[in-house]
Design a protein around this ligand. Structure first.
Ligand SMILES: [Zn+2]
Length: 246
């Protein structure tokens, strides 16, 4: 039975054969999946335009022997504007790679899909700090996948307020009395701690309204990235590229 599902195309993989290619999509109904697109290289192929990277489409998928096959793709939104700015398209591709690793598979991925669509929307439109969008996507996808630091307070004395040091490998905080700058800690301003707490708990519709100072944003962005890489124990080519062009 074919299924119809909304999806963001998060990766265009290698071509298979003369006209076919493989895509990875973040779908509403079945999470992250790979599917082959028949005849994708033919310019006249309608499915071709709906299966390009960073396109949000309604896909019709048929289950093949070992994989899904895209039999129709109707584009709903193409994030074309992103392609005009190298740092924006680089960040968008990092979001996609991250979702490919952290979003659910074989089960509905409504929240992850909405998160990515909103982040790409704000990235395209401008008006939101790229660094803050990055932290938001990183921490929400991590939370969805079950990774969440203990942000309640200092791991030693429990103090909840003030600047803190993050221990990224443990996912815990230390207050300024119990922590100190070192190789194993990252400083967080009080504003950064508050924003991080907010980003892990806020309802989806309030997620992109955080405001914080440049200093707090910088400390939050550095800690978020370090924590993510520590949790996952791997790097991302798209992140390295983004950091080289931002
Ligand atoms: Zn303490």
């Amino acid at each position: 039975m074919p299924i119809k599902t909304d999806a963001l195309i998060i990766r265009e993989n290698n071509r298979i054969g003369e006209n076919d290619r493989l895509i990875t999509a973040l779908t509403r109904e079945r999470g992250v999946l790979q599917a082959s697109v028949r005849g994708a290289r033919k310019i006249t192929s309608r499915s071709g335009s709906g299966t390009s990277l960073l396109t949000y489409s309604t896909l019709t998928l048929t289950e093949g022997k070992n994989k899904w096959i895209v039999t129709d793709a109707k584009p709903q939104r193409v994030f074309f504007e992103l392609r005009n700015e190298m740092s924006k398209v680089a960040l968008a591709q990092y979001f996609c790679e991250l979702a490919g690793v952290l979003a659910p598979r074989e089960e509905p991925a409504e929240e992850a899909l909405r998160l990515l669509l909103n982040a790409l929307h704000f990235l395209s439109e401008g008006g939101r700090e790229a660094a803050l969008l990055k932290v938001t996507v990183e921490q929400r996808l991590l939370r969805l996948a079950g990774y969440c630091p203990d942000l309640n307070g200092c791991a030693v004395c429990g103090r909840p307020e003030g600047g803190m040091f993050l221990q990224p490998l443990r996912g815990t905080l230390l207050c300024t009395d119990h922590g100190s700058p070192s190789m194993d800690t990252l400083p967080l301003t009080a504003g950064a701690v508050a924003a991080w707490r907010y980003l892990t708990a806020a309802p989806e519709d309030k997620l992109f309204s955080v405001k914080l100072s440049e200093e707090s944003l910088q400390s939050l962005a550095a800690a978020s990235e370090y924590f993510l890489l520590s949790c996952l124990g791997r790097g991302f080519n798209t992140l390295d590229f983004y950091n080289s062009v931002k």
